[in-house]
Design a protein around this ligand. Sequence first.
Ligand code: NAI
Ligand code: HPV
Length: 386
Amino acid sequence: MYKVKLMNKISSEGLDYFNEDYEYGETLENEDAILLRSASLHEYEFTNNVKAIARAGAGVNNIPVEKCSEKGIVVFNTPGANANAVKELVLCALFLSSRKIVESIEWVNTLKDDENIGKTAEKGKSNFVGPEIEGKKLGVIGLGAIGVLVANAANKLGMEVYGYDPFMSVNSAWALSKHVRKAKDMDEIFKTCDYITVHVPSTKDTKGMLNKEKFALMKDGARLLNFARGDLVVNEDLLEAVETGKLSKYITDFAAQEFIGKDNIIVLPHLGASTPESEDNCARMAVQELKDFLENGNIKNSVNFPAVNQPRESKVRLCITNKNMPNILARISKLFADHNLNIENMVNRSRGDYAYTLIDTNDDVRQDIIERIEAAEGIINVRVIK
Ligand SMILES: NC(=O)C1=CN([C@@H]2O[C@H](COP(=O)(O)OP(=O)(O)OC[C@H]3O[C@@H](n4cnc5c(N)ncnc54)[C@H](O)[C@@H]3O)[C@@H](O)[C@H]2O)C=CC1
Ligand SMILES: O=C(O)C(=O)COP(=O)(O)O
């Protein structure tokens, strides 16, 4: 029986994949795996029984990934599963940033007792004029699952789109419209574009990347959308840029006290992925990743361990997380040979400082041999699946 601890509400479309071999819930203890959305695990005490974490979503900045790697905990996310939901909200935000839609709605609501509301509305509408997006320049920083969809859709809406992503994947490159222009660096986006939208993860390199110096490069009255993470922006600098009119609008999916009630700042409550379609997609993908890992040791869409998939053809499978260092495989193979155990299949892949090994055998591997493998230098943990 596998125990899966839920730390957020997860769509039943995914949870339904858990069969009678699984128990899941928010209160269970000594879990084998954790399934969550945005709940923070930074203060969480992981027991030695935790083998995997699945983030039903994209961003993993709520998870102490390095600490998990050190403990041999495989962290998964669900690439692209909520990208369309975010794209649609970003398109909405493009219009909200351009036309004074929110402000005008708020104003009309103040006319509740106005007997000549029709006339007053007509008279007041000139206060809410805003430009069309067609023909304007949009800069997309980060061309991953979301950025590509946003860039392509904005292009179809008649915008002149510039993209910047020095680490773009081959899949993203294939998916990106040929009409999207390649900015030579991020500053070109800041200097050139009327609208800027960021779609990068929050990492030590991207935190605070939208700051005073960058705002100074922007066109007067530029519009900035942030549906990626709040900490990409230095809030104090942002407030100054909005107050001076450098930015004519900031729309963000990440609430901060200092933004509340400020003119020309629109804050949404992290709604990007909150559609039934996206919640279902993420849950299905996350649960399938967890199940294949727990039941077969296969890894797909991990952010800290390599992708490994080996069909199950033997009685016993050893799943080994280890440091990426020389001689580990040789030592494991020798232990097998010394005990007359035959390896049927073996796969080893590395990723940065860590590696993952699957060893299949039809022989019974005694507990003392497992313990000797576990004790070897560089081995983090060993799991036996029968
Ligand atoms: N508002 C919401 O509800 C949601 C927010 N997000 C946020 O959006 C981010 C992006 O999501 P996806 O597009 O699905 O992820 P993704 O991993 O497909 O794309 C991220 C892209 O950013 C690029 N990148 C990384 N560092 C960069 C840098 N310094 N400069 C330029 N590009 C850089 C990567 O090369 C990659 O192509 C997530 O990490 C998450 O923080 C994601 C989903 C929902
Ligand atoms: O997938 C992401 O990175 C998100 O930000 C979505 O977060 P959520 O699952 O809606 O709490």
